[in-house]
Design a protein around this ligand. Structure first.
Ligand SMILES: NC(=O)c1ccc[n+]([C@@H]2O[C@H](COP(=O)([O-])OP(=O)(O)OC[C@H]3O[C@@H](n4cnc5c(N)ncnc54)[C@H](OP(=O)(O)O)[C@@H]3O)[C@@H](O)[C@H]2O)c1
Length: 332
């Protein structure tokens, strides 16, 4: 049998446990070319909140009654695909379930001897690639630049700050707890970290970035971003990666208030989606793997055991309870 979490109700505001339902079904039969994956880790990511809405976006919404969308890494236990053999480990979009089938051509083969398989969902997967391409291709950091990253201890933010350090930049992180602040300063070696729940972000940015912020990697939007962008440097670059502070608002927030600041500082702001760099993923993964191997890139995983706990963990992430890349480990 196969346990899956399906979307039961569309959330209004913050998601609630009642919005999800655990169902059991038989393991699916395979068509020619397909593989059956026994999931070992499920990835929980902020973008999934958007897929629970019935609104137009860059990807289709999850339909009511459908399995919650998401990437997983697991073992191939049946294969009708010539390239993917039983026993291989693969990463694929099979959603929040114990067993999932997919066209083998859509799965990425993972070598478990190179790195723990869970990293294919984090530092050596979508979040790592988001940090890599968003920072290097959109923000184009130069040695000596002051780089600010929000959600700084998270799956994307932690990697952004470390790559900026590798590039010779001064890094200021923004995070929401003392534990996260300590981690960013002592383990990731960020130059400064601001606790946005306790400190005045505008004053701290003026203190730590007296010549302005050259690069802002925005993971959160809202008031934090307002505060940072109001101190953007001349020629500053802003990458809009995520807006998690807005994902659960029931009413649209106020429009951008930083037009004047961008104008007088000739600064630019650009939204991006990691998929736009798909053709370069292999190059990004090679570079990220080298940095992990030579110790210049640390990564942190927040692993919760048991598929039963997926909705609770996901809701927790929307409240900042996760500390590092949030994963569900299955005991298959
Ligand atoms: N553009 C893309 O292709 C792409 C790809 C991947 C991810 N993203 C975006 O990148 C961002 C980070 O994703 P992630 O996977 O690395 O998640 P994450 O940072 O590991 O987890 C989310 C974190 O966001 C912070 N947060 C939650 N609610 C907040 C609020 N109201 N205000 C400020 N911060 C809040 C919390 O940290 P604190 O405790 O520090 O507040 C929480 O731990 C998200 O916005 C996500 O949607 C975009």
């Amino acid at each position: 049998m196969n346990k899956s979490w399906v979307l039961h109700k569309r959330p209004s505001g913050y998601p609630k446990l009642e919005d999800f339902k655990l169902v059991e079904s038989r393991q699916p039969e395979l068509l020619e070319g397909e593989i059956l994956i026994e999931s070992k880790f499920l990835s929980l990511d902020p973008y999934m909140r958007g897929r629970m809405n019935d609104t137009k976006s860059y990807a289709p919404s999850v339909k009511l009654g459908d399995v919650m969308t998401g990437e997983a890494v697991g073992k191939v236990i049946k294969s009708r695909n010539r390239k993917i053999k039983e026993g291989y480990f693969v990463n694929a979009h099979i959603g929040w379930q114990e067993y999932g089938k997919i066209d083998g051509n859509l799965a990425r083969i993972i070598d478990p001897d190179l790195a723990p398989i869970s990293t294919s969902l984090g530092v050596l997967g979508m979040p790592g690639l988001t940090a890599y391409f968003g920072l290097l291709n959109i923000c184009k950091p130069l040695p000596g630049d002051t780089v600010v990253v929000s959600a700084a201890s998270g799956a994307v933010g932690g990697i952004v700050g470390q790559i900026a350090k590798i590039m010779g930049c001064k890094v200021i992180g923004i995070a929401g707890s003392e534990q996260k602040i300590d981690y960013c300063s002592s383990e990731l070696n960020f130059d400064y970290v601001i606790n946005y729940k306790k400190e005045n972000v505008i004053n701290k940015i003026l203190e730590y970035a007296p010549h302005g912020v050259d690069v802002y990697f925005d993971n959160v939007g809202g008031e934090i971003s307002d505060a940072i962008i109001s101190n953007i440097a001349i020629g500053g670059r802003i990458a809009i990666c995520g807006q998690i502070s807005l994902y659960n608002l029931e009413e649209a927030s106020m429009g951008p208030r930083m037009g004047g600041t961008l104008l007088i500082n000739q600064a630019s702001m650009q939204g991006f989606l990691v998929f736009q760099f798909k053709s370069q993923y292999q190059d990004g993964l090679i570079r990220l793997s080298e940095w992990v191997k030579n110790g210049s890139l640390e990564y942190k995983e927040d692993i919760i055991d048991g598929i039963e706990n997926a909705p609770k963990a996901f809701i927790g992430m929307m409240n900042g309870n996760n500390f590092g890349k949030l994963l569900i480990r299955l005991d298959n």
